[in-house]
Ligand binder design. Structure first.
Ligand code: SR1
Ligand code: MG
Length: 412
């Protein structure tokens, strides 16, 4: 049981900063403006800015799931997992995360750079903005985090110690239940429009799909390949535009971090791109936007593969040959397609949905949801045959053609 601690408010944040010597000098607390902006499912997030324009962002874990309330207690120690994820990424890809200022384990508070003017990528995708280059940055992030924390780069004793230290059972249980189990059964956490019921029923009665989801869950629970972010959706990415008009990105929120399968992080990205693409189709977004979105998953994969191959040349252990890397990458690509499907299905049926779909008018929402469910389920079942991100994009195109021509399954 966690000890009692003070839950911060915008009014108490300046005094909190003053009481923490590690945060001295970052902002002038006498002129600080503080706003609580947490729109995620779990935590409080305070963005702070002083009169001179200096900023800091504090994130505090609540002792429960914010989305549900105190009825769902959750360890505030998750802030330590997030600190671990930030520290690992600080070492491997400091340019792809906010500057990290440290963690207060007693008050369960993380301090980091306030990315002033940056926005959550999901919202910008929803509004039809094109940020070129960010998809590739995510591939670079996943590759560096994976390589630098795995047996490819580290001594095996070191890795085993890190695996133990990074065990994150309560957060993993959320994923195990919400991603891999609940969408496929009747559960109080689930919800969807009545018109989608036949699509959900088709998915739940598909025994082959259920078995393959079980395989993905087993891999999530047992494959300690590297430290992974483990919740890398488009709401965990902050974006801005560079002066040349291309996009810039920072990965946030690694509180689900643990030693897991590398394909899970890539799959989370692909599953969320799938939701964004389904939204763009039903809203009939301009061709330039849809054409760009059609390429982002490939861009992430290509950047991941290129970065893994670059890092590989420094590997200290000759056990890991070039041919091994080729096989491993092929397996990771298949895993990422399967995990992508699991991550997409849960956002349609289960708890913690995504605004890409939820903010659509009901008729469009049903169509977009059906596109996601059918595409995702094929990804899961056929991931070995599909084998490539390019082939998984082909599934999306075929499903869109079906749904736009024939509509969704109807209630009999
Ligand atoms: C009960 S927490 C629901 C979801 O929020 C997080 O962002 C994770 O995606 C989790 O599954
Ligand atoms: Mg999160």
């Amino acid at each position: 049981m966690a000890s009692e601690y003070e839950i911060l408010t915008p009014d108490t944040v300046p005094a909190y900063i003053d009481s923490n010597p590690n945060l001295a000098g970052i902002v002038d607390t006498s002129t600080l403006e503080v706003a609580e902006v947490g729109d995620g499912n779990l935590n409080l997030v305070f963005v702070c800015r002083d009169a001179a324009g200096n900023g800091i962002c504090l994130k505090q874990s609540l002792p429960y799931v914010r989305l549900v309330g105190e009825a769902w207690p959750l360890t505030p120690e998750r802030v330590i997992a997030e600190a671990r994820g930030l520290a690992a990424a600080s070492a491997a890809t400091p340019h792809l995360i906010p500057a990290y200022y440290g963690v207060d384990a007693e008050q369960h508070v993380l301090a980091m750079e306030n990315l002033m003017g940056w926005e959550i990528w999901r919202g910008k995708l929803n509004d039809g903005f094109i940020h070129r280059g960010i998809a590739g940055l995510l591939g670079v992030y996943v590759a560096n985090l994976a390589y630098s924390t795995s047996v490819f780069a580290l001594d095996q004793m070191e890795v085993k110690e890190r695996v133990v230290e990074a065990v994150n059972p309560e957060l993993c249980r959320i994923t195990e239940q919400l991603v891999f189990t609940e969408p496929y059964i009747e559960h109080d956490n689930n919800s969807f429009l009545d018109e989608l019921a036949p699509e959900v029923e088709a998915l739940r009665s598909d025994e082959e799909l259920r078995a393959e989801v079980g395989m993905m869950k087993f891999k999530f629970m047992t494959a300690a390949e590297a430290l992974i972010h483990a919740d890398l959706h488009t709401g965990s990415v902050m974006v801005s535009f560079k002066d040349d008009g291309s996009g810039d990105g920072r990965v946030i929120d690694p509180e689900f971090a643990y030693y897991g399968p590398v394909g899970f992080d890539l799959g989370a990205v692909f599953g969320n791109f799938l939701a964004a693409r389904a939204r763009a189709v039903v809203l009939d977004r301009p061709a330039e936007f849809q054409d760009w979105l059609a390429c982002v998953a490939q861009e992430t994969w290509d950047a991941f593969e290129a970065e893994m191959r670059r890092l590989w040349s420094d590997r200290p252990d000759a056990t890991w040959t070039q041919a091994f890397l080729d096989s491993w990458l092929a397996q990771i690509q298949k895993d990422s397609i399967g995990f992508g499907g699991c991550k997409a299905n849960r956002r349609i049926i289960g708890l913690a949905k995504v605004s890409d779909i939820e903010t659509l008018e009901p008729a469009d929402r049903v169509k977009a949801a059906a596109i996601v469910l059918r595409t995702a389920s094929t990804w899961i079942k056929d991931r070995d045959r599909l084998a490539t991100v390019a082939a998984s994009n082909g599934v999306f195109d075929a499903v869109v053609a079906d749904v736009m021509r024939d509509g969704v399954r109807e209630v009999e």
